[in-house]
Design a protein around this ligand. Structure first.
Ligand SMILES: [Fe+2]
Length: 443
């Protein structure tokens, strides 16, 4: 990084989210980023450095870091823009304030606009032939999407890890102990590489220090990243890795939260609507499978995959509430949008074929059938020739959709009412058994 790069200070006690911001800010905004995990350390740094932007978490070790930095900027009459993420008492005249679940790309966009950096300028920025990546931004076990280089004593760049190899923890230790501060990628690969680190970090949710809310937030961010890749039909090894980790997280969240109401409370307005729907459906379906005589753990894993993929390719979040042609008619949609809704099951199954052998057997078929049609290109009211797991998904999806519709429209809906709607719509032995299990769900 050259000295002309604008300086951004990040103050965050969550190491991984701090890393997540800095890696994007360095590559996309061309900033030099300095991270601090403690308020005092940042304050000391600021006494002799003047960054363009400070990004801080609001409530921090039970103190309002937003207020602390706002006061510091005001009393010193400093020309520093303050961005506060999460709860704070700072006023909107003192800082740009974001909800704690803000997406990383929104922060990056904001910083780029504050610094007058355009996306085009950054993509075209001449950063030399090789681009440095701070060693501290590398994650153990990251799969490489491009070759990685080291600079030798003569100043030459020497390839030391090839594309698709992994950064083993021992390699990081060796690099650190030999005093290396940076590794390099070819400049043309830098955004791809940085994206892969971002996705990987967003998936490092096994960190014990992360609260369930933080886990849901990070999971939501990575869901969006995978969704962007899926829409562009670009499924890389890193996307596959991110998908697997995200599904693991969905299952672990489902296992940790015993009641639906608690689940609803934690996801209200905090996460993307489609992801919220996927998470809730996974929760409901998984609990139904628990109650079924034929239910196994393997099926719970499969249904989590189904919940993740089923609606990944819907163009608009609201389309998730569409369950029939009549619903579509009410929305007055263009033909292309109707086609997106009608075909989203078969299209999701097609994107899954790009995951090769990394999916459990049969999940593509269930995704294709998740609206009750065998071929994934229509809605069906009374499916009789589809797999039992698809039927579990259909009932779970129907119930979650009713709950979310009522929540969105602020309409009261009792459990008895929702169950009665579902019973009237879905007849037959198998459906009755599933609805019976749904009835036993703890809310
Ligand atoms: Fe769907």
């Amino acid at each position: 990084m050259s000295e002309q790069n604008p300086l951004i200070v990040i103050v965050d006690n969550h190491k991984r989210s701090g890393q997540l911001y800095s890696v994007g800010l360095e590559a996309y905004v061309g900033a030099t980023v300095v991270e601090f995990g403690l308020i005092e350390e940042a304050v000391e740094f600021l006494s002799s450095n003047s960054p363009a932007i400070i990004i801080t978490r609001g409530l921090f070790d039970q103190r309002d870091a937003g207020v602390k930095f706002a006061q510091m900027i005001e009393s010193g009459n400093l020309k520093i823009h303050l961005i506060v993420i999460g709860q704070t008492k700072v006023s909107i005249h003192q800082a740009t304030i974001y909800d704690e679940n803000v997406e990383v790309r929104d922060i990056i966009k904001k910083c780029a606009s504050l610094l007058g950096v355009t996306a085009k300028a950054m993509a075209e920025k001449n950063v030399g032939e090789y681009y440095p990546i701070r060693l501290t931004l590398l994650c153990p076990n990251l799969s490489l999407v491009c070759p990685v280089y080291k600079k030798n004593a003569e100043g030459e760049y020497v390839k030391f890890l090839d594309v698709e190899s992994k950064i083993h923890p021992e390699i990081l230790t060796i690099l650190q102990s030999s005093g290396e501060k940076e590794i390099y990628v070819q400049a043309a690969h830098r955004l791809k590489f940085v994206n892969s680190i971002s996705m990987f970090l967003a998936e490092m949710m096994a960190d014990d220090r992360l609260s369930l809310e933080d886990t849901i937030m990070l999971s939501n961010n990575s869901y969006n990243i995978v969704r962007d890749s899926a829409r562009r039909m670009m499924i890389s090894p890193v996307t596959i890795q991110a998908t697997e980790a995200n599904i693991n997280t969905m299952m672990s969240i489902t296992g940790k939260i015993p009641k639906l109401n608690q689940f609803l409370k934690m996801t209200t307005s905090k996460v993307n609507f489609v992801f919220k729907h996927s998470l809730l459906t996974c929760f409901v379906a998984s609990h139904i499978i628990d109650k079924m005589e034929w239910g196994t753990n393997d099926q719970k894993v499969k249904i989590a995959f189904v919940c993740f993929f089923s609606n990944l390719l819907l163009n608009q979040d609201d389309y998730i509430l569409v369950h029939s042609k009549e619903d579509m008619d009410l929305m007055n949609l263009a033909d292309s949008e109707r086609e997106n809704i009608i075909n989203h099951p078969i299209n999701a199954a097609k994107i899954m074929s790009k995951y090769y052998n990394s999916l459990p057997f049969g999940v593509e078929t269930i995704v294709k059938q998740h609206h009750g049609n065998r071929y994934g290109n229509d809605f069906a009211q009374n499916p009789s020739t589809i797999s039992p797991l698809a039927l579990v998904y259909i009932i779970s999806d129907e119930w979650v959709t009713l709950i979310l519709k009522a929540e969105k429209r602020k309409l009261p809906l009792t459990r008895a009412e929702s169950l009665s709607i579902i019973k009237n719509k879905y007849k037959g032995m198998m459906f009755q058994e599933i609805i019976g299990a749904l009835n036993e769900l703890t809310i």
